[in-house]
Ligand binder design. Structure first.
Ligand code: ADP
Ligand code: MG
Length: 334
């Protein structure tokens, strides 16, 4: 059964960035105003996420890494009206099957922090011979999760990562996406032993400042802000997009649906079409697009890594987003 679980986990967590994304979403879901990421060897040696959110109660630790442990569904109805990022209660369970996972966490009403280690869904001792029970320790409010030796028990997968720096680049890209999206939350991402590099965004930075710090002044100087009013199905879109004075070789699309970072080939293609009319040949835009859609109308389970999404009335909705951006671009032209 551990092998089956390991294979299932490997379909959800294909690369270090997928584990990182799940852990970062958990940190944001916990109401954190600070999320710090530390990475060793592209996340294969260590992924450490430290937040200052609500923490996890000691009595919830034992089952934390069991499948379907989630604090995010309280009734059957909630299954169709999910507004927090995660809902399947599978991320931590999956990670515990393919890495050494440890958690240090403190809720505001607890005097001490608790540390626990997990493997294959269960509490395990920190060292052989010790008790697997969580141990009291000093710590601040919030949660620190350490994922060590990712894929240590999946040697074929592990060997596939020949260039840790590629994995690090994917991680920093993902942290950057959430940093742009989560106004009010401080983010940092550091490579172990190289504290001068990476990314650091203060909690007070506004969205445009976040884009400037991560994507540069050239993009930021040519940004249009847009926002649609809610349509009759509760659909709403807003964000920032570059104007006709700016272009790059490859489209940068930061796409969030209901506050989850996702990918949509349809949306990307449609936006490129809009810009094809105003940019030189081979010129591409930068777009940060934030969509709010009735969760019952979104299908996020199309692909195991949950990134390529589909939703009801997709063509219509994409049309209306494009129409909106097109008219914004035209406003600047005249
Ligand atoms: P899900 O996010 O889908 O609920 P996860 O496996 O990602 O499932 O997490 C399981 C549960 O663990 C969450 O529902 C939450 O209660 C708790 N949890 C995980 N990470 C954190 C965190 N950083 N801070 C507070 N609680 C957390
Ligand atoms: Mg989660």
């Amino acid at each position: 059964p551990d092998v089956v679980n390991r294979i299932a986990a490997g379909e959800i967590i294909v690369a270090p960035v997928h584990a990182l994304k799940e852990l970062m979403e958990n940190a944001v879901d916990a109401g954190s105003t600070s999320v710090e990421v530390l990475v060793k060897e592209g996340g294969l040696k260590l992924l450490q996420i430290t937040d200052n959110g609500c923490g996890i109660r000691k009595e919830d630790l034992a089952i934390l890494c069991e499948r379907h442990t989630t604090s995010k569904i309280t009734s059957f109805e909630d299954l169709t009206s999910i507004s927090t990022y995660g809902f399947r209660g599978e991320a931590l369970a999956s990670i515990s099957h393919i890495a050494h996972l440890s958690v240090t966490t403190k809720t505001a009403d607890s005097d001490v922090a608790w540390r626990a280690h997990f493997l294959d869904g269960k509490l395990v001792p920190a060292k052989p011979g010790q008790s697997p029970a969580p141990k009291a320790t000093a710590g601040r409010n919030g949660t620190q999760i350490c994922v060590e030796d990712l894929f240590f028990n999946v040697p074929t997968r592990r060997r596939a990562f020949r260039y840790p720096s590629d994995e690090y680049n994917k991680i920093i890209d993902m942290v950057g996406r959430y940093a742009v999206h989560c106004e009010g939350v401080a983010f940092s991402c550091k490579k172990h032993g190289d504290p001068g590099t990476g990314l650091s965004i203060q909690a007070s930075a506004k969205t445009v400042d976040r884009i400037r710090q991560i994507h540069g002044a050239n993009v930021t100087n040519e940004l249009l802000e847009f926002s649609t009013s809610e349509d009759r199905w509760g659909f709403q879109a807003d964000g920032f997009a570059t104007n006709a004075n700016y272009h790059v070789k490859k489209t940068t699309l930061l796409l969030f649906i209901n506050h989850r970072c996702v990918e949509s080939t349809h949306i990307k293609k449609a936006i490129e079409q809009v810009y094809a009319a105003v940019l030189p040949k081979n010129g591409r835009p930068f777009v940060y697009l934030n969509l709010n859609i009735d969760p019952a109308r979104v299908d996020v389970n199309v692909h195991p890594t949950k990134r390529e999404v589909h939703f009801l009335n997709e063509d219509e909705i994409i049309q209306s987003i494009c129409e909106h951006i097109r008219s914004k671009l035209a406003e600047v032209d005249t």
